[in-house]
Design a protein. Sequence first.
Length: 244
Amino acid sequence: MAGPVVPPLWTPTAARSAGPGPPVPRRQRRFATSPPGHERHDHNADTISDVRNAQLPCVAYRNPNLLADMARTVDLIADGRLVLGLGAGWFHRDFQEYGYEVKPAPELLRDLAGALPVIRERLSRLNPPPPRGEIPILIGGTGEKVTLRLVAEHAQIWNAIAETPQELAGKAKVLDRWCERVGRDPATIERSVALFNDSDLDDLDGYLEAGFTHFIWGAGGPDYDLSGVRRLLAWRAAVTGSHS
């Protein structure tokens, strides 16, 4: 599995996505890295680049047409490095503090399903268009009836909060079945896992074997314990056979 080492990525994030999840600190940064064979190449240079800016807005907070235009503007500023992560929303404090209606989860998921085609259609019509032609869409969650169907229909990246590799491998099979039903090649969807606890790092090989190639580490402030980042880097160095 030899190959060039992909530079690490730090992105500030609010970590809001559809479905339940662990409490998210108000101040958080995420570390993301990919193993060999999944490098991103900068379209303006010969060097390897994996610097991607992942934004995770809740569709309930914005008109989907406006959200698409805002994403395109950020992507232009970021020279085509935006990953548009979309979720139905679950963090009630955000809804309450900003005065948005708190809906039951099924209604939020219906809103997400309705917003996704609107966002994609608006992105296709904006002028100027995104610098690299399209903005990758990330959808987070593991709901088998709705969320994974939406991933199969609309996303380039699927993100799951860490369970055991075996549990997520089962979810990945459900996603594969949805891809078959909607006529999508499962290989066109990158599998991403969000890691929050030291125990999540105990079987990184298992996640890789289950098809997950994009790893995100969440660290809460104000201290930002980076020990998980060091473990990820050490694992990646062992996988690539490089210590650079």
